[in-house]
Design a protein around this ligand. Structure first.
Ligand SMILES: [Fe+2]
Ligand SMILES: [Fe+2]
Length: 223
């Protein structure tokens, strides 16, 4: 494990272990993660994060983007004031405060778990590649998806992520829907027809989708 991978693992676990929601099985998740390839797995075969540690790094990028997006698009302003002993507002203390629509726990759970279904699904193999400079054939290690019999199957990767997240966290409908629809209309196996309806109803799902796109196409740009 490289130093970068070690630091990403440390930050990921610190964020997970700072989740305070009641009935979260953090101990179970920590054990599951330690036994898995999550911290060394790639995020994709050929696109963004297609290198060891890419999956954890991508999850952190999505988290950072979601926190930024939520601070811009999911805040509202509320008027608050202190109250006296009888519970009456003290008008002189009236102030306007910015309130985030989503809790810190919600942002952590949906971002850090949105691609957890990609854990333990990739393996490596050797491929013969011609070296253009020397003209000789060389063996190159590449990733491929494991056979269906060797990996967890529930649905597509979004559905697998939601299922695994749900085993460790008591997800709300909005959190669950955000993970399920984080790919929007981008994938052939996505629920393309339902995504616009979900995004109209649940801003969290749209923000997670945008955070994922920004991570893939800006933070982890490959071209
Ligand atoms: Fe994904
Ligand atoms: Fe993703």
């Amino acid at each position: 494990m490289t130093e970068k991978m070690r630091l990403n693992k440390k930050r990921y676990l610190e964020l997970i272990n700072s989740i305070t929601i009641k009935d979260a099985d953090l101990k179970g998740l920590n054990n599951w993660l330690e036994k898995s390839d999550f911290f060394i797995a790639p995020a994709t075969l050929r696109y963004h994060g297609s290198y060891p540690g890419g999956l954890c790094e991508h999850s952190l990028n999505v988290y950072d983007n979601l926190v930024k997006l939520a601070s811009i698009f999911a805040t509202r302003f509320e008027q608050q004031w202190d109250t006296d002993a009888q519970g009456n507002p003290i008008k002189e203390t009236l102030r306007t405060v910015e309130v985030n629509q989503y809790s810190a726990d919600t942002l952590k759970i949906v971002a850090l778990m949105h691609d957890i279904g990609k854990t333990n699904i990739f393996t490596t193999y050797k491929r013969n590649v011609k070296n253009e400079e020397t003209g000789k054939w060389e063996q190159k290690q590449e990733y491929k998806v494991k056979e269906a019999s060797e990996r967890f199957i529930y649905g597509n990767h979004e559905q697998n992520s939601e299922f695994i997240a749900h085993t460790f966290f008591p997800l709300s409908v909005e959190e669950s829907s955000a993970i399920l629809n984080h790919l929007g209309g981008m994938g052939a196996d996505s629920a393309q027809m339902i995504a616009p309806i979900v995004y109209s109803k649940y801003s969290l799902a749209l923000l997670l989708h945008m955070a994922d796109l920004i991570a893939c196409y800006i933070d982890e740009k490959v071209l």
